[in-house]
Design a protein around this ligand. Structure first.
Ligand code: FES
Length: 103
């Protein structure tokens, strides 16, 4: 089972923003959607390019490379050219820090 890794302080990622970070051996995109944290693997399911080059729009992450959109909460692909979801990881806030179970 993947271990929990501290990746940021809650104050490091303001609501409506995201950061590309390391969580153990994984590169992740940590998104703050209205105060709730979501972690995606930093790899677009369309063409294996970094998702973190794109942008967070509400609860959707837009891949800059070919315009695919993903639901940040579930990883689900919302439009072409992506069909497959992106990998998501569990997040947890403890004592002002954000932890991700990515391993
Ligand atoms: S690599 Fe993300 S849409 Fe193509």
């Amino acid at each position: 089972m993947a271990e929990w890794t501290r990746v940021a302080a809650v104050t490091d990622v303001e609501p409506g923003t995201f950061k590309a970070l390391a969580a153990g051996r994984r590169r992740i995109v940590l998104c703050n959607v209205d105060g709730d944290f979501y972690a995606l693997r930093d790899l677009c399911s369309h063409d294996d390019l970094p998702l973190s080059n794109g942008d967070l729009e509400g609860s959707e992450f837009v891949c800059i490379h070919h315009g695919a959109r993903f639901d940040v909460c579930t990883g689900r692909a919302l439009c072409l050219p992506a069909i497959q979801p992106v990998t998501t990881y569990e997040t947890e806030v403890r004592d002002g820090d954000v932890f991700v179970q990515a391993g």
